[in-house]
Design a protein around this ligand. Structure first.
Ligand SMILES: Cc1cc2nc3c(=O)[nH]c(=O)nc-3n(C[C@H](O)[C@H](O)[C@H](O)COP(=O)(O)OP(=O)(O)OC[C@H]3O[C@@H](n4cnc5c(N)ncnc54)[C@H](O)[C@@H]3O)c2cc1C
Ligand code: FES
Length: 368
């Protein structure tokens, strides 16, 4: 298996807004890096205390057709370690260490497809949606895309001009509806005033007849509150859960219910409060090798592996990005958080090592 780690050159930086920039990256040999629209890169940067390497996930705002370029768009988080480091210090010509693209918030384009795709995002949540949007507009001439994009003001809209240009060129196949909570000028037409909440989304969707609610495919990415509101609107419209995909950049305040009672053929995954988390041994299969790990009750399985210098893939360390995903082959694993896993992945025994603890003595996990 090839290494998941890459060194990429910063080839260009585009300033998008006062607090967001796109960093364009390429391999030094300009070979393309395999990726899917909506995936993310993990940047590994020596900006922690004492030069410690920190990892953060950044969604690709580029599409595979822009190869050999991979672009990530970073928005400043007040007091945030990595976003400020990237925006304040990274320069063209510098090399950055990254983990190859990962993630399941993706859309596979097909030139024959004729579908309606609704993207709902706010703030930096536009990044994976931009990648998906560009890929569909370019590769699916019979599909329609509606982007509902929430921001505070016109000035805080990332990709404002690019979106306008794409909309002009798409011959009606792309519609962008901007929602501003504090617009600096009066809004009308495809610009709305207010919060991007359930009522706003219902109002916009109900007017768009090319996007029949129950048949469209939905991609949501933004703050937790916006995604909860969007989900409530889609529930009211009777949209089946299987048609909705979501990506979170920040861990939710509360742990989401994990599926329990797995069928035979793999281990169990649970979030039950009465799971007994004690020191246990876990077996990990990774890249053809087998490792036995002692996991203390205060550690996650990933932390135990890293303590023992087992170089497993990881990124967010918060159960969001799935970089550390493994399959539980036997035994039972407790998850503190499962935002990054779908119900069907849970049912198939998938676990996230960065939020996983063994609760039986026979846990075997395969990491791919
Ligand atoms: C799958 C995935 C894709 C992502 N894609 C992008 C992207 O395309 N563009 C982008 O800018 N970011 C993206 N992020 C978020 C990014 O990984 C970092 O979390 C973000 O840049 C903050 O890192 P930091 O080191 O600056 O802040 P930290 O030092 O880690 O955090 C500082 C404080 O800010 C809070 N915080 C962290 N992230 C956010 C946030 N996004 N909004 C508000 N508060 C926050 C933390 O809880 C903490 O209190 C993504 C995250 C994930 C999991
Ligand atoms: S490292 Fe992101 S889910 Fe575990």
């Amino acid at each position: 298996m090839s290494s998941p780690y890459l060194m990429l050159n910063v080839v260009e930086i585009t300033h998008e807004t006062a607090d967001a920039a796109t960093i364009h990256l390429e391999r030094p040999d300009r070979q393309p890096v395999a990726c899917e629209p909506g995936q993310f890169l993990t940047l590994i940067l020596p900006c922690g205390p004492g030069g410690k390497k920190e990892r953060r996930a950044y969604s690709l705002s580029s599409t595979p057709s822009e190869a050999p370029r991979l672009s990530v768009t970073v928005k400043r988080v007040t007091g945030g370690l990595v976003s400020n480091y990237l925006l304040d210090t990274v320069k063209v010509g510098q090399q950055l260490e990254v983990m190859a693209p990962l993630g399941n918030f993706t859309l596979k384009t097909s030139p024959q497809a004729a579908r309606s795709i609704v993207l709902v995002g706010a703030g930096s949540g536009i990044t994976p949606l931009m990648s998906i949007l560009k890929a569909v507009v370019r590769d699916e001439p019979r599909s329609h895309v509606l982007l509902v994009y929430g921001n505070r003001t016109e000035e805080s809209v990332i990709f404002r001009q690019q979106l306008q240009q794409l909309e002009n060129q798409a011959g009606g196949r792309l519609q962008v509806e901007h929602v501003f909570s504090q617009p600096s000028s009066p809004t009308s037409g495809h610009r709305h005033t207010g919060r991007l909440n359930r009522t706003m989304l219902l109002r916009i969707l109900e007017q768009r007849h090319q996007f029949p609610a129950q048949q469209a495919e939905y991609y949501l990415c933004g703050p937790e509150g916006m995604m909860t509101e969007a989900r409530a609107a889609l529930d009211l419209l009777g949209v089946p859960a299987a048609r909705i995909q979501r990506e979170s950049f920040v861990a939710a305040a509360e742990t989401i219910e994990a599926a329990a009672g797995q069928p035979n053929g793999h281990g169990d995954v649970s979030d039950a409060a009465d799971d007994k988390i004690t020191a246990r041994t876990v077996t990990i299969h990774y890249e053809g090798a087998e490792y036995e790990l002692e996991v203390k009750p205060s550690q996650t399985i990933l932390e135990a592996a890293l303590d023992q210098d087992i170089d497993l893939p990881y990124s967010c360390q918060a159960g969001l990005c799935t970089a550390c995903r493994g399959k539980c082959l036997s035994g039972k694993v407790h998850l503190d958080e499962r935002e990054g896993l779908s119900d069907s992945e849970m049912k198939q025994g998938y676990v996230l090592l960065c939020v996983g603890h063994p609760v039986t003595d026979d846990v075997v996990i395969e990491v791919d």
